[in-house]
Design a binder for this molecule. Structure first.
Ligand SMILES: [Fe+2]
Ligand SMILES: [Fe+2]
Length: 170
């Protein structure tokens, strides 16, 4: 079967959803596990979101009709809310507290909502906008991009590397 960027992005959504299920299952005492899972979520999610912002969303926007433009604006706005509000609030809470648990739950709910919108609306539109060849090329380009310094930098903007759950933006 031919490669398809929409399939790859959907699989990545599912991988992140599974990590959120795990972190939502942790107890307040499981600080190391929480820290590792949060790092893992961000390492998966942030490069994904960055590439969408750099490549996929602009390409989508260029071909979008009015409904597509609305969908695009919605997606960008959701990325901003997660980046500038939801994730910082998670990091401002102590990792061994119910507050952290509640905030990480909201983080997961935001991501799930956003991913659903992409899958049910945006990707459906994109399937009509882009040919199978174009979607395959996106997939190849995305894989290459993942080994660039830009992708690596995207994965750790909230990390200060001391594992205390207080990782801040670099
Ligand atoms: Fe997105
Ligand atoms: Fe996505």
């Amino acid at each position: 079967m031919a490669r398809d960027i929409l399939k790859t992005l959907k699989e990545e959504h599912d991988a992140v959803r599974a990590l959120f299920e795990k972190i939502n299952d942790t107890t307040d005492r499981a600080t190391q596990k929480r820290g590792n899972l949060l790092e893992n979520i961000e390492a998966n999610l942030l490069p994904h979101a960055k590439w969408e912002e750099l490549v996929f969303y602009p390409a989508f926007n260029e071909r979008a009709d009015r409904d597509g433009l609305v969908t695009h604006a919605e997606a960008v706005s959701e990325h901003h809310a997660v980046e500038h509000s939801v994730i910082p609030e998670v990091h401002e809470s102590e990792i061994d507290t119910p507050e952290f648990a509640g905030r990480v739950k909201v983080f997961g709910e935001f991501v799930d909502h956003h991913a659903k919108e992409e899958e049910k609306t945006m990707f459906k539109m994109a399937r009509k906008m882009f040919s199978a060849e174009e979607r395959e090329q996106f997939d190849i380009d995305y894989e290459k991009w993942k080994s660039t310094p830009e992708a690596a930098a995207a994965a750790i903007p909230f990390s200060d590397g001391d594992g205390d759950g207080h990782r801040r933006r670099a």
